[in-house]
Design a binder for this molecule. Structure first.
Ligand SMILES: Cc1cc2nc3c(=O)[nH]c(=O)nc-3n(C[C@H](O)[C@H](O)[C@H](O)COP(=O)(O)OP(=O)(O)OC[C@H]3O[C@@H](n4cnc5c(N)ncnc54)[C@H](O)[C@@H]3O)c2cc1C
Length: 618
């Protein structure tokens, strides 16, 4: 193909929900450097369905132009549809270079695209540059089983094409977008697509393994000795708030799924801290960790090659070294917590990130399906749809716990089971005292494993059928019953990194409610959620006046049905009372401009579009 421009294209791979996969956005950084050196534009190519989120992200990461192909047949990747669309675009516009992420899909269709265009493809690159003299892209990739790095050029054919591994380049900081958006109406008929996705089955726990964006990775190799050894690796990862990686023999032996493999045939990672435990340091492994800021190696063999790439080396038996590290980290965390308690000061890490947002954030409550639901599949699908929409639109999803005293599935188990997107700062897990002790610990350790930190602790109103935590189970034998105060203390003691919100009931007698609030804040709560506010409320006025440093989230009742609200307020409100949820929300925003809002009973179908508009999300 004879190029028509000097432009460089980056293919932005999309997910089925229309968001961009990280690798495409990462490639816009080196794409910009190459495009500038070649004297052309940086163009992002988004192919997907309802992919506005991906377009926005490409725009915010510096693309000069974005070509968008958006139709239902691109919702899920198929080789035929994607190849046809990309080849048609390249033939029409004639770019000089084309970068594609080396994901399973990228690896699948990039060779086909290059064949159709009769050009070369350098697969699986780990480095990119431009030859100053010829202007050719210099593609670097491992070769000979990872023992050599080859530099490849494609001097005679265009476009020059390469796939690049996820995680090799870091996403640039977002900028104000200025891209020209070009929409192409390219359709592929069903007869031209020879494959059909019948069902998507996720490998157990693969949905929550995100090594490419992890800041801390603790990885185990053959030296951990078996699947049990990985418990220790996971425990260290958990106390550090990190993820678990592995070498290939550990994966090949079936000790841990492939999603955890790091290295040439696994993932390329770039964490702040990489701890290699019982890993010898073969080049095929270290090729995947070159982007790590600090590497710590634990190995019993002082001559293990891993020590030559490590910043810190510990020669010793990992089964002795790791437990000692875990003990020390826990002790230091407890000490820091105790010091924090003494000074009474809250550090920035005590409050959720949304507190510092310039525009007050909107939390939306989301009720998981009940155990006893007669229409479970429908409820589950609705939960998933809403969860993903709220997260995508950057609201905070607040997942309730046994709401209205009905046993329901836990937020954490649904995130796991449905493989939902995890954006920790956009998720709050509610936790009440109606749990078995083992279940409580499971929820909390699942939160830690998923990287979730934001909790809302409430005493809760359960029925007699639900087990209530006992004071001694929360290590408070002196307390007459277990309330949110004991729960907060327990969590602060064992999970000091969690940020905990507490409830404030503006319909209770003020003196007892303010006294309760004091105890909750003293126990370690760092923000407050109110009960529904009907525009203005004396108690809330007093709350924001007396606690100016504690973030307050004001609840607004979004259902026009008032009977449940009457129950909460223990006050009769006739159902024909002229109550307008959006007017109330506006009023509350006006009266308490610094507070975030919490929306109970929002109707997804009827009210969510208006809410998005109100928050400028369209
Ligand atoms: C084409 C190709 C692609 C490959 N891709 C990858 C890849 O993507 N990722 C990858 O990892 N490998 C890959 N490999 C395999 C690679 O060559 C190595 O075989 C592998 O990395 C070794 O894994 P390991 O370090 O866990 O095991 P080993 O090399 O067996 O090392 C185990 C280490 O554990 C130490 N040890 C043992 N017991 C203890 C203890 N109790 N305490 C502390 N230390 C202990 C030992 O001293 C030893 O150094 C690839 C190979 C090829 C040919």
């Amino acid at each position: 193909m004879i190029p028509k421009t000097k432009d460089l294209w980056v293919f932005i791979e999309t997910e089925a929900d229309g968001t961009a996969r990280n690798v495409g956005i990462e490639l816009l950084g080196p794409g910009r450097t190459i495009a500038d050196k070649q004297g052309g534009k940086l163009t992002a190519v988004v192919i997907g369905y309802e992919a506005d989120a991906a377009v926005k992200e490409a725009d915010a990461h510096g693309a000069d132009a974005i070509i968008v192909v958006d139709a239902p047949e691109y919702k899920r990747f198929t080789t035929d549809a994607y190849t046809k669309a990309l080849v048609t675009l390249v033939e029409k516009y004639g770019p000089t270079s084309l970068l594609i992420g080396a994901t399973p899909n990228g690896r699948d269709f990039a060779p086909r695209v290059s064949c159709r265009l009769k050009t070369g493809l350098t697969a699986d690159c780990t480095g990119l540059d431009v030859d100053e003299e010829t202007g050719n892209v210099l593609w670097t990739r491992p070769t000979f089983g990872g023992n050599l790095m080859a530099q490849i050029q494609c001097p005679d054919h265009r476009p020059q094409m390469g796939t690049v591994r996820p995680g090799v380049f870091k996403k640039a900081e977002p900028v104000e977008g200025h891209a020209e958006i070009i929409r192409e109406d390219l359709r592929v008929s069903p007869e031209d697509i020879r494959t059909r996705v019948m069902e998507v089955i996720r490998e157990a726990d693969s949905g929550k393994v995100d090594l490419e964006s992890a800041e801390i990775i603790v990885a185990g190799g053959r030296g951990v000795g078996g699947p049990d050894g990985f418990r220790l690796i996971r425990e260290l990862a958990d106390v550090l708030g990190g993820q678990v990686g592995a070498s290939r023999p550990a994966v090949d032996s079936g000790w841990i799924p492939h999603a955890h493999q790091v290295g040439q045939t696994g993932k390329t990672v770039g964490p702040k801290l990489y701890i290699a435990c019982g890993i010898s340091g073969a080049i095929q492994h270290t090729a995947g960790i070159a982007g790590s800021e600090t590497v710590i190696a634990i190995n019993s063999d002082p001559d293990a090659p891993i020590f030559s790439v490590a910043d810190y080396g510990i020669v010793g038996d990992l089964f002795e070294v790791i437990p000692a590290m875990i003990r020390e980290i826990r002790a230091r965390k407890q000490q820091e917590e105790a010091e924090g308690d003494q000074t009474g000061k809250k550090t920035a890490s005590d409050v959720p990130a949304w507190v510092n947002s310039e525009i007050p954030v909107c939390h939306i409550d989301l009720t998981p399906p009940k155990h006893a639901s007669q229409k479970f599949s429908k409820d589950l699908a609705a939960f998933k749809r809403r969860y993903e929409a709220y997260i995508r639109d950057d609201f905070v999803v607040s997942i309730t716990d046994n709401a209205m005293a009905k046993m329901a599935f836990q937020g954490t188990e649904l995130i796991d089971a449905l493989g939902l997107t995890v954006k920790p700062e956009n998720i709050t897990i509610h936790l009440n005292t109606f749990h078995q002790k083992a279940e409580l610990d499971r929820i909390l350790s699942d939160m830690r494993r998923l990287g979730l930190k934001n909790l809302l602790c409430i005493t809760g109103d359960g029925s007699d059928k639900m087990h209530k935590l006992l004071p001694e189970e929360l290590e408070a034998p002196e307390a007459p019953v277990a309330t949110s105060v004991e729960l907060i203390r327990y969590i602060r003691r064992h999970y000091p990194e969690f940020r905990i919100g507490c409830a404030f009931n503006n319909y209770e007698p003020p003196e007892s409610e303010f006294a309760k609030l004091e105890r909750k804040l003293e126990a370690g709560a760092s923000y407050i959620i109110t009960q529904p506010v009907l525009g203005k409320d004396e108690q809330i006025d007093r709350l924001v006046r007396e606690y100016p440093d504690v973030p307050v989230v004001t609840e607004v009742w979004m259902s026009p049905k008032l009977s449940l609200l009457s129950d909460i307020m223990e006050r009769e409100i006739p159902d024909d009372y002229p109550y307008d949820p959006f007017e109330t929300l506006k009023e509350v925003k006006k009266n308490y401009p610094a507070s975030a809002n919490y929306l109970g009973m929002l109707s997804y179908k009827n009210q969510y579009p208006e809410l998005k508009e109100m928050w400028g999300k369209e």
